[in-house]
Design a binder for this molecule. Structure first.
Ligand SMILES: NC(=O)c1ccc[n+]([C@@H]2O[C@H](COP(=O)([O-])OP(=O)(O)OC[C@H]3O[C@@H](n4cnc5c(N)ncnc54)[C@H](OP(=O)(O)O)[C@@H]3O)[C@@H](O)[C@H]2O)c1
Length: 267
């Protein structure tokens, strides 16, 4: 692969935009261009509003990143099929779109990498997991890995069936944490705090706890929790409610629902 591969990002919304911002911030050694119908806040790269306008870039691309909604993926792939080379690597970040579905959209031997990042990618704190099909070269895998590592932590898997559960946990997970902040905020207000104060305390508590978990990354979450829970104390009183209630059951059900939805998106 040349020193400066051409990379085309199709779809520069929340996730595509977050990834692109990270690639530009970290000066990845590549030529980036974007195909996206709406205006984008980034000016220092080539931006095409239609596939036809970006056709030349698609032809010369070493890697094409597909970051449109799963529901529009089939139509997009049909639109770009005749503009891309059969050896160009496709990197999809769409939920629920399997490697097999891409081998049906494109040539059966098209190199395809399926990845699942998450939105903290915008600030380099993301979590991505990827699987590559057997037609993907080592150099294309290295390029995709470089791109996804700028977004935070990254892991390869050989087992594509895990991707639906990855989507349910880390792909959708930031929303669960934002919901936790909302719930803490409301509960803080109910025990007497003014709502603005409850909001500040809730948000900063999650930020602080996450930062502690990051600095003590070798310590299991259970130990971190036990370290701040004195027997008979206030934290123990609250945790008894959460643990004897249905908190774990609810998370089990929530992740199952997201996993099922990810599978449905591919059917
Ligand atoms: N958001 C997340 O937390 C997250 C996490 C992990 C993975 N993902 C995956 O990332 C993908 C994108 O999600 P998102 O949340 O970033 O969606 P989004 O904000 O809607 O961004 C998608 C963008 O692609 C544009 N687009 C649609 N069709 C196009 C086409 N034919 N050519 C060029 N651009 C086109 C859309 O324009 P229109 O709005 O006009 O259609 C939109 O601006 C999804 O497949 C999702 O599963 C998202």
């Amino acid at each position: 692969m040349s020193a400066q591969p051409n990379i085309v990002l199709i779809g520069c919304g929340k996730m595509g935009g977050a990834l692109l911002q990270g690639w530009l911030d970290q000066n990845i050694d590549a030529n980036f261009s974007v195909i996206e119908p709406h205006d984008i806040p980034i000016t220092k790269i080539t931006h095409h509003k239609t596939i036809e306008a970006g056709a030349e870039d698609l032809k010369s691309a070493a890697l094409i990143v597909l970051a449109v909604k799963p529901q529009t993926m089939a139509a997009l792939c049909t639109d770009i099929k005749n503009h891309i080379n059969e050896d160009t690597t496709i990197l999809s970040i769409a939920a629920g779109q399997s490697l097999t579905s891409f081998s049906e959209y494109f040539a059966p031997t098209q190199p395809v990498i399926r990845a699942m990042p998450n939105t903290p990618a915008a600030i380099g704190k993301g979590m991505s997991v990827a699987v590559a099909n057997k037609h993907t070269s080592q150099s294309a895998k290295t390029l995709a890995e470089t791109l996804l590592k700028t977004a935070g932590k990254f892991e390869w898997t050989d087992d594509e069936s895990l991707l639906d559960a990855v989507t349910a946990l880390s792909g959708s997970g930031p929303a669960y944490v934002f919901y936790l902040i909302e719930m803490l905020e409301k509960a803080g207000n109910k025990v007497g705090l003014p709502i603005e104060m409850a909001a500040t305390l809730a948000r900063q508590t999650v930020i602080g706890a996450a930062a502690l978990a990051e600095t003590q990354s070798e310590t299991p979450a259970k130990t971190l929790r036990e370290n701040v829970t004195s027997p008979g104390g206030t934290t123990a009183a609250a945790l008894e409610i959460l643990m004897n209630g249905r908190a774990q059951d609810l998370f089990n059900e929530a992740l199952q629902a997201a996993t099922t939805r990810s599978r449905e998106l591919n059917s």
